[in-house]
Design a protein. Structure first.
Length: 301
């Protein structure tokens, strides 16, 4: 019996097992290096190139000056130079706090809150948009505060620019008309609240009231005045909403939103009474005669 070639016959050498990780071809390792070299060749001229305005013509000695800004810390024996640096830092600080000062120390809070109540009472959603209302409130603030700022310019800014007074004196003089404006709009009850919280004794006059207590008292007084005016604005529009809702309910139109019907009547009422003229005029008059009040202070400290 002959051996079967498949089982009993002599077997040839077993094939070698493939390695677990086949070695990449020789040219595969050069691909990343070639990509880097190609990228460097493309971006190299761009990195070394200069803009046209910075290049100089060959054979010419003229160059284009480029402004630079340098901030360093050093010592100086010149008092005038140190004072100039301090003034610049003070001006930069004031500019950084300008938005907060505009909101806290002026009529802006009352005006913008009243405009917000007016828009909600009419139910016009985002019409007029916030940018329009804030811009109108900002320019009305400039109009109302103009006498105060003129007095600040006359008693503090011009003497300071003429080197007649120091920076501290200019600040104290500029604060006088601003404080008087805030006193004109602040309720005694609100001022007493912050005086008690701060642990201050009862002041004998306005000069003894600290500005740190006057500013928050002025702001909450402005908010109360704005809310009071907002309530008065809501009343006529609320009456229109109630009448329209009652009519729709009596007609059985319960699925129809009353706002859709009352909005045209609100707009018609606002236009017929010349609402913007009436509203803006009332808001400005609510601050009193600011120009006459500031004129009583006098242009001199």
């Amino acid at each position: 019996m002959q051996p079967s070639p498949a089982t009993d016959g002599p077997r040839g050498p077993a094939p070698a097992a493939p390695p677990p990780h086949a070695a990449p071809p020789p040219h595969a390792a050069l691909l990343p290096l070639a990509a880097v070299l190609l990228l460097a060749a493309l971006l190299g001229p761009l990195a070394c190139a200069r803009p046209a305005w910075a290049q100089t013509a060959v054979g010419e000695g003229n160059t284009v000056p480029i402004p630079t800004v340098t901030i360093n810390m050093g010592e100086s024996g010149d008092p005038d130079r140190i004072a100039t640096v301090i003034n610049v830092l003070f001006i930069l600080t004031v500019l950084a706090l300008a938005p907060s000062l505009l909101i806290m120390l002026t009529s802006f809070v009352r005006i913008v809150v009243i405009f917000g109540f007016m828009r909600q009472a009419m139910g016009t959603q985002q019409t007029p948009p916030n940018q329009v209302l804030i811009s109108l409130a900002l320019f009305m603030t400039f109009y109302i505060m103009l006498p105060v700022w003129k007095d600040i310019e006359a008693r503090a800014f011009k003497p300071f620019m003429a080197n007649e007074i120091t920076q501290r004196q200019a600040f104290e003089r500029a604060l006088v008309p601003v404080r008087e404006f805030m006193f004109l709009q602040t309720r005694e009850k609100d001022l007493a609240l912050f005086m008690v919280i701060a642990g201050e004794s009862k002041p004998l006059n306005k000069d003894e009231v600290p500005t740190t207590s006057l500013i928050p008292a002025f702001m909450i007084s402005e908010l109360k005045t704005a809310f009071t005016i907002g309530f008065l604005l809501y009343m006529p529009f609320l009456v229109i909403d109630m009448v329209v809702a009652s009519v729709l309910l009596s007609m059985g139109m319960m699925m129809l939103p009353p706002v859709m019907i009352s909005l045209p009547f609100k707009l018609m009422l606002f236009v017929l009474v010349d609402g913007w003229n009436l509203l803006v005029g009332s808001v400005v008059k609510s601050f009193g005669d600011v120009e006459r009040f500031v004129s009583l202070l006098g242009a001199s400290p």
